[in-house]
Design a protein around this ligand. Structure first.
Ligand code: CP
Ligand code: NVA
Length: 300
């Protein structure tokens, strides 16, 4: 594995290898064991969209691994003025040991990886959010002790997070039911991957997706870059909310996952969010541990 571009690229074994190392690093770091496996190494982080978790967890993670992270925005780099990705990629390959990027087009991340001789990590595109889903799988395993056979009900937009979640869940032998309004289904490539898998259900009924779920997952109705569609989406997504009625259909021990940031009163009620705040913030914490494992494996 040279890069982490999308969950669709990973095998079950590769996913489990990352999760196992992340568990070990989390346990050891809480017991005072340092992992300075990237001493003297540098990560370039390029952001074309806002970020709290991804930016801070990568920067802190790199520091804890003994390395250094550079925070760069598209607009500050020449890439924002049209310098080709293939040139940016070859230049950065001469200075740093890895690139993490958050952008719009998946093709940009794929192209960075193609032209670089260093690992490239997708920190979110419109197509996938692989680092998020590795942290989510880690969290689900912490709460339910296993992944195999665990049922996820995803309610909301068939977006980047949803695409990665479907790929990750099915690769790990989980069941996943996705409820989206008509016209907001997951990406065609994700649906092609899931097609024919008896563990995958796509529906327009949030109730059907929530039924007997061990994990209820939701994300914002309008992702970054879709702000001008927000009004139209508010109407389309009415009813696609994780609330008490939906929770009552799930397994009594169901946990809630949300990649954050959350919009209370839209995709999730404030009551459900606060009642399930522990697994949601464990999920946010696990971004750090999962990404340290990813960086150690790719850049170590
Ligand atoms: N979940 C997530 O990626 O959060 P940020 O947008 O804050 O990085
Ligand atoms: N789907 C959201 C996830 C944010 C972490 C977005 O792309 O804005």
């Amino acid at each position: 594995m040279k890069d982490l571009l999308k969950i669709l690229d990973l095998s079950k074994e590769e996913i489990l290898e990352i999760l196992n190392l992340a568990d070990q690093m989390k346990y050891e770091s809480k017991n005072g064991i340092a992992h300075r496996v990237l001493e003297g190494k540098t990560l370039a982080m390029i952001f074309q969209k806002s970020s709290t978790r991804t930016r801070v967890s990568f920067e802190v993670g790199m520091y804890q691994l003994g390395g250094y992270a550079l925070f760069l925005t598209h607009n500050d780099l020449q890439i924002g003025r049209g310098e080709p990705v293939e040139d940016t990629s070859r230049v950065l390959s001469r200075y740093v040991n890895g690139i993490m990027t958050r952008t719009f087009a998946q093709e940009e991340v794929e192209s960075l990886a193609k032209w670089s001789c260093i690992p490239v990590i997708n920190g979110l595109t419109d197509f996938e959010h692989p680092c998020q889903i590795l942290a989510d799988l880690m969290t689900i395993r912490e709460y339910h002790s296993a992944l195999e056979g665990v049922k996820i009900g995803y309610i909301g937009d068939g977006n980047n997070v949803c695409n990665s979640l479907i790929a990750g869940a099915l690769k790990c032998g989980m069941k996943i039911s996705v409820a989206t309004p008509k016209g907001y289904e997951p990406h065609a490539d994700t649906l092609a991957f899931a097609k024919g898998n008896p563990d995958f259900v796509l529906t327009t009924s949030p109730e059907e997706a929530a039924k007997d779920a061990d994990v209820l997952y939701t994300d914002v109705w309008a992702s970054m870059g879709m702000e001008e569609e927000a009004q139209q989406r508010m109407k389309a997504f009415a009813g696609f909310q994780v609330n008490d009625e939906i929770m009552n259909l799930a397994h009594p021990k169901a946990i809630v996952q949300h990649c954050l940031p959350a919009h209370r009163g839209e995709e999730i009620t404030a009551e459900v969010f606060e009642a399930h705040a522990n697994p949601i913030f464990d999920e946010a914490e696990n971004r750090l541990h999962a990404q340290k494992a990813i960086m150690a494996m790719l850049m170590g």
